[in-house]
Ligand binder design. Structure first.
Ligand code: GTP
Ligand code: MG
Length: 195
């Protein structure tokens, strides 16, 4: 898709504020600081429309990016951010769950992991939960530019194994810095949007 028009609608507190439309939604999930907002910026060809930060925990709201009035990219707050209280983490969990469980328009979940690291238990729990709920996640292995080219295959294998991914096409190495992986991902998203 060629993206010219994007409009942000922020949802902070509760499910009743989710946009009341029938547009399909693609959600971006993953650990805090993994690069969810950066991926959205790359896909919509904007430098910093979605706010990013080197400090984890930047995105605390559920942000709906209306793309060309065709679909929403949904930027979820990251998990595993150590500095928030247990109570806050639980509130976060419920808020995200209320979105992931109940959202009829949700068509695709992208699960982001850092290509340099083996997925942790939170990543695996979320992956299994996504599959259990009938979605076919696409795993985005972010920060590809941080690896030497010769290391990439090995790291992709580790991630595939951790999630037990059989189909190589369900994992896309991506860099927000070099934009590697962007065209491939847009092709996948276009076919989801058109199906
Ligand atoms: P939260 O909103 O805290 O959950 O984080 P997020 O997942 O939205 O991460 P964000 O996009 O804000 O990126 C976090 C940091 O990683 C920022 O400093 C980004 O510039 C950096 N970053 C994101 N993607 C890449 C990438 O592909 N390569 C490199 N080198 N840095 C990246
Ligand atoms: Mg963010």
């Amino acid at each position: 898709m060629i993206v010219n028009n994007v409009n942000l609608e922020v949802v902070s507190g509760s499910a009743s504020q989710f946009p009341d439309t029938n547009l399909l939604e693609i959600a971006f999930a993953g650990k805090s600081n993994v690069g969810k907002s950066s991926l959205i910026n790359a896909l919509i060809n904007r430098k910093s429309y979605a706010r990013t930060s080197s400090q984890p925990g930047k995105t605390q709201t559920i942000n709906f990016y209306n793309v060309e009035d065709k679909l929403y990219f949904v930027d979820l707050p990251g998990y595993g951010y150590a500095k928030v209280s247990k109570q806050e983490r639980e509130r976060w969990g419920k808020f995200i769950e209320s979105y992931l469980y109940e959202r009829q328009q949700l068509k695709q979940i992208l699960l982001l992991v850092d290509i340099r690291h083996e997925p942790n238990n939170n990543d695996k729990m979320l992956y299994d939960w996504i599959v259990y709920n009938g979605f076919a996640p696409i795993v985005i292995a972010t920060k590809l530019d941080k690896l030497k080219r010769s290391q990439v295959d090995k790291h992709v294998s580790v991630i595939k194994k951790a999630f037990n991914i059989k189909d190589r096409n369900r994992i896309v190495p991506f860099s927000a810095t070099t934009k590697q992986g962007k065209d491939e991902l847009w092709e996948m998203l276009d076919s989801i949007i058109d199906s």
